[in-house]
Design a protein. Sequence first.
Length: 242
Amino acid sequence: MGQTTQQLSTRWKQHIQESKEFSERPLYRALRKYGVGMFNVRILEEDIPVEKLSERECWWIEQFDSYNSGYNATTGGERGSTIREDVREKISSSMLGIAKSDEQVAKMRSTLKSINHTFSVRGDGKHLRMKIKATEVGTGKELVFDSVKDCASFLSSLENNVSRALNKGWVHKGYKLEKIGRQSMSEPIIGKCRITGEVRYKFDSINACSKYFTGARGCGVRKSLKNPGVNTYKGCYWYYSE
């Protein structure tokens, strides 16, 4: 059981990475012993106010008794959680007699702090800085927000739930959400000859273009699309078709 303000897949990837570094936590030992493929992760509850996350995490841990008979190393919550005695002893014994560098000491301090802030959001948040149009389903009234964070705050929701609604095309809190200023990967594109300006290529999507030229997803056409009339790909300037 755990809490996060990130996408579930993002948090799970972090657990997998951390299992290679923190050897004595029950979940991480199990990941190494049985393999990642033997685990399934799912959302038990969402749309929880941030200030209630720790309370709900503790409640779920208690319901499943995952502290005593599961993979939770603590009783949950961002503050005042209790580390299981068997985990505490294994961590302690594994570190006896080992000289620690300044770097290791700094890392240990950081890990101790993470016990009080288990699921902090990582990165600079640039992926959340996109304009969003929110159309109220009942009235058709339109609102524009400068970021996912601003939209989530207005809707009294979580940022990851807003992002999920945007990506899935769901109505969220009575509003239809749309990204503004970002072209879809599935929109038609054209390539105009750099010298003559004539349309040389037409594709239904970026991926179709990629597969045509490289046989795989992803190619230099994206860079040209981001800088129309500046960067070329295959001798052409590339544009989104109107």
